[in-house]
Design a protein around this ligand. Structure first.
Ligand code: 2NL
Length: 344
């Protein structure tokens, strides 16, 4: 039996050496040291031995088991370390390799203009306020002194969703909603940027979807001179300190008096050229003193409060800033156009 055990030891140790993985080692362990293995078998048969032989065989069996066990553990540890090393070296990162460049996008030119205009007005104490693009007829028209029979409310000119819901044609409803929230107490000093919609055939200067920024300042003693000062400051900040403004009388249903605001041409310094159509002036804004009825409808007492408002088309400001000749470039998403606005 001793001999049989020695044979088993040699056989098992050889298989331990030959095993190429932790899994194979485990199989060897089960085969030789498991409950159904040959060593257990030998121990079971010890009952038939003499009292003299029994402890010797028992001791030998334990020695063999321990020897196999020890070698198994050594080999398992070795194989595990080797596997870990291989994993680490195959997964290692060469930190000296140059990085892969990250594809950079660009701000849309209209977004850039909106943000720049916002910043200028924030600098004069205005807050930026936004609101829904789907509006009720009431907020889009009625509250702005455009009564039911007003020609601007023609179904042909706006995108109506239901008889009472439409895509807003201006951002003024945001201002009406904000005034209402103030419950008759000033000041309200906001700029409202956003997309607006009008039913128009798209061409170089028209788009059925475009962007507007409107401004509103309502408080006690707001005067026309305040409007002029704010707009002059804005124009000089946006176009440059050498530019000036001029106001011409105009008409909007929501302001009285109303004005059209021109900026002096930057290309010809007022001499007349292609950009200003030989007038020396470029029209950039509409504005006026908020109509008393508009103040009243949004909860402000026109005897106590007054205000000015203005509106500008963002595309026009972007066309002038970047020297672009067709508004459709802003909406066709041609990357060759958009990539030119990347900041380095
Ligand atoms: C233009 C002209 C304008 C306003 C917008 C306004 C808003 C309220 C009350 C009074 Cl809540 N007015 N907005 C006033 C004058 C002109 O826009 O040419 N926009 C592109």
């Amino acid at each position: 039996m001793i001999e049989r055990l020695e044979e088993l030891e040699e056989e098992a140790l050889q298989q331990v050496e030959e095993a190429a993985s932790v899994k194979e080692l485990e199989a060897v362990r089960v085969k030789y040291l498991g409950k159904k293995g040959p060593i257990t078998e030998v121990l079971r048969g010890m009952g038939k031995l003499s009292a003299e032989e029994r402890p010797k065989v028992g001791q030998k069996a334990n020695e063999v088991r321990e020897a196999i066990q020890a070698r198994l553990e050594e080999r398992t540890k070795g194989l595990e370390e080797k596997a870990l090393e291989e994993k680490l070296s195959s997964e290692s990162i060469d930190v000296t390799l140059p990085g892969r460049p990250i594809k950079k996008g660009a701000r849309h030119p209209l977004t850039a203009v909106v943000e720049e205009v916002e910043d200028i007005f924030i600098g004069m104490g205005f807050k930026v306020t936004e609101g829904p693009e789907v509006e009720t007829d009431y907020y889009n028209f009625e509250k702005l002194n455009l009564p039911k029979d007003h020609p601007a409310r023609d179904m042909q000119d706006s995108f109506y969703i239901t008889p009472d819901l439409l895509l807003r044609t201006q951002t003024s409803p945001v201002q009406a909603r904000t005034m209402e929230k103030h419950e008759g107490k000033g000041p309200v000093k906001i700029v409202c940027p956003g997309k607006v919609y009008r039913r128009d055939d798209d061409d170089a200067t028209h788009s059925h979807q475009f962007m507007q920024i409107e401004g509103l300042y309502v408080d006690k003693d707001v005067k026309m001179s305040d409007l002029k000062g704010v707009l002059e400051t804005f124009v000089k900040k946006y176009f440059g300190p050498d530019r000036s403004i001029r106001l011409r009388p105009s008409f909007f249903p929501f302001t009285e008096p109303s004005v059209e605001v021109d900026v002096s041409c930057g290309l010809c310094q007022g001499q007349g050229c292609r950009v200003c159509k030989h007038s020396g002036w470029i029209e950039v804004l509409g504005a006026g003193m908020v109509h008393p009825r508009v103040l009243e409808m949004s909860g402000f007492d026109p005897e106590e409060y007054s205000g000015f408002a203005f509106g500008m088309g963002v595309e026009r400001f972007a066309l002038l800033r970047y020297g672009i000749d067709d508004i459709r470039h802003f909406y066709t998403n041609d990357l060759r156009f958009l990539e030119q606005f990347k900041r380095s």
